[in-house]
Design a protein around this ligand. Structure first.
Ligand code: NAG
Ligand code: NAG
Ligand code: NAG
Ligand code: NAG
Ligand code: NAG
Ligand code: NAG
Ligand code: NAG
Length: 499
């Protein structure tokens, strides 16, 4: 079966199989990679036909209430609450949850919010097309080679693979509706008088996420939903601060492999024990990669459940194993897109320069991935608004966090020893870029203070902003904040993209 898989994936050799990214990381666009994934899937689908279930690619537009039913594990204020001891350890496949904060998340009482922006990931989705095919293959191999289905593995005997590809699931749509309501609740005074300026990166699930967010935002204010102001196309020829793609040396070559390499080392550390156990129980000989895929099935089948109930796949692994899995995902974000990659932080520079322009109300100054045509036109890049909402992807958001310096105090992640969020200064893929992740940036006017303050809140966790003198509320003065952002103001290492 793995042999068949090699042939399906590329019509080629096992080396080709090895070149399938460990972690597909939802390529943000119809890029080279995504196009090739599609054609693999088409070839694969013809070959596989009866073995694998076919993807339900099309979803109708559904209207979802901002009030989840009582059977849902999700809520507007707290996010995903069921079995947090495992569900908050699914890396970027975690459903959004309110992350614990050492600093109070409410602004000090003497302050009022004068500006709020959100940078949001899309909601929960089905696996990317290539991954969906791979998971179907993995289930197929189990069902063709298993000799027994003991205890918690019993459900696998008659399990039918039905996951779609790429698009939001209903639970993912609900996350975005809830997110819009969350933002409205938090900034109710400000948004009562100020309509958000909304941009979305061009991929379907991102655009749909923006629309769902607007729906929840409108419902929370008893209003009719606004429309998106600007959709920026994705692709290798598109300057888009919400989707990296144009920095040549980051997109291909050695830098694009650092994340996967770190993951491979960590996999060798923790997967063999799980692999032995699972293979002993089932009587199979699943590869390490298939074991990771079997773990991926837990978050994906959970987010595919209309009410996001924890699925049977989740019970196949222990709490410790989920922590190890979460760390596997964090390594890829850190070394693939964050501080651990020489050009990771640079990918977020364009967005940070846009943020500075909006915070200061001044024209943007950027020579990286901004589209100068769009950003010099007040219709497509106003800087005099008070509320902004942008919709993007996990990898792009990881680059923005890195450009801001939010994890500059995090020691480089070890590829051989697991580190908790305590040890990483709050860096984990589940804490930073879960489905429906959100970074709120707010400006505060406080009584008795001449200057406005800036705060940054990642998924309800107030970032300490130690690099600009963050106080016990996480506040920096606007001028200190702008001053601290010299990395972005100087264009990061953009020159190294093409050197
Ligand atoms: C949900 O639970 C709340 C409080 O537990 C209750 O007041 C409400 O009626 C319930 N709603 C539904 C639809 O069952
Ligand atoms: C929306 O309507 C409900 C029910 O009438 C009311 O309780 C709530 O305060 C309203 N919200 C806003 C933001 O107007
Ligand atoms: C920049 O935006 C303009 C206006 O939407 C568009 O026509 C152009 O193709 C974009 N250029 C790049 C390089 O993204
Ligand atoms: C693993 O970490 C070690 C120590 O930091 C480093 O030297 C090595 O390059 C890393 N290997 C990979 C593949 O990431
Ligand atoms: C299991 O698969 C590995 C390759 O992944 C192979 O080396 C090994 O011989 C196989 N073991 C059995 C018992 O088939
Ligand atoms: C797009 O970005 C590239 C690289 O920074 C730049 O050379 C080009 O002028 C930009 N195009 C637009 C329309 O902003
Ligand atoms: C974060 O670290 C980088 C690399 O050392 C540095 O260039 C940047 O200025 C730092 N950012 C902040 C906000 O301190």
């Amino acid at each position: 079966m793995p042999g068949l898989w090699h042939r399906i994936i590329k019509g080629g050799s096992p080396q080709d199989y090895a070149s399938l990214p460990l972690n597909e990381n939802e390529p943000a666009s119809p890029s080279k990679y995504r196009r090739s994934t599609r054609s693999r899937v088409v070839n694969g689908a013809i070959l596989l036909g009866a073995i694998c279930s076919v993807f339900g690619l099309y979803y109708g537009y559904t209207r979802i209430s901002a009030l989840p039913t009582n059977t849902s594990c999700d809520s507007i204020d707290d996010g995903y609450r069921c079995s947090p001891e495992i569900s908050h350890f699914w890396g970027q496949y975690s459903l959004w949850f309110s992350v614990p904060s050492e600093l109070a998340v409410d602004p000090p009482r003497s302050c009022s919010v004068s500006f709020a922006s959100v940078l949001s990931r899309h909601g929960g989705r089905d696996p990317t097309a290539g991954k969906s095919m791979a998971y179907a293959m993995m289930i197929g191999e189990i069902q063709q080679t298993a000799k027994a289905y003991p205890e918690e593995f019993a459900f696998l005997k008659d399990y039918t693979y039905t996951l779609g590809a790429d698009q939001l699931t209903d639970a993912g749509r609900q996350e975005m509706v809830n997110s819009g309501a969350n933002f409205h609740r938090r900034y109710s005074k400000l948004v009562a008088k100020n309509v958000p300026f909304v941009r979305a990166s061009g991929q379907d699930r991102v655009v749909e996420s923006a629309n769902k967010w607007l729906q929840g935002f409108a419902q929370a204010g008893n209003a009719t939903a606004e429309t998106i102001d600007l959709i920026i196309p994705e692709g290798s020829g598109s300057n888009n601060t919400l989707s990296h793609e144009i920095c040549t040396n980051f997109e291909g070559g050695p830098l694009s492999e650092i994340g996967g390499n770190a993951q491979a080392v960590w996999m060798d550390n923790f997967i063999p024990r799980i692999r032995s156990r699972v293979n002993a129980k089932l009587g199979t000989n699943l590869t390490s990669q298939f074991i990771v895929y079997l773990m991926d099935m837990c978050p994906y089948t959970t987010v595919a459940s209309p009410t996001a109930q924890l699925s049977d796949f989740c019970n196949l692994f222990t709490k410790d194993e989920w922590h190890q899995y979460d760390y596997l995902q964090s390594l890829n974000k850190y070394y693939g897109y964050g501080n651990g990659n020489p050009l990771g932080p640079t990918q977020g520079v364009g967005y940070v320069n846009e943020l500075i322009a909006r915070l200061t109300g001044k024209p943007i100054n950027d020579d990286t991935n901004t589209n100068r045509t769009l950003d010099s036109d007040p219709k497509t890049f106003p800087v005099d608004r008070k509320v902004y909402a942008d919709f993007s992807h996990d990898n792009d958001m990881s680059g923005v966090y890195a450009a801001l310096g939010l994890f500059n105090n995090t020691k480089p992640l070890s590829n051989t020893t697991i580190q908790s969020t305590k040890e990483t200064n709050g860096f984990s893929a589940a804490w930073t870029v879960p489905f429906a992740a959100r970074m709120y940036v707010e400006k505060l006017s406080c009584k008795g203070e001449k200057e406005d303050f800036v705060r940054i809140i990642l998924n309800d966790r107030v970032m300490p902003l130690e690099f600009c003198g963050g106080d016990k509320f996480g506040r920096c003065t606007l001028s200190n904040f702008v001053e601290s952002q010299s990395f972005s103001r100087n264009g990061g290492n953009w020159d190294q993209c093409f050197a």
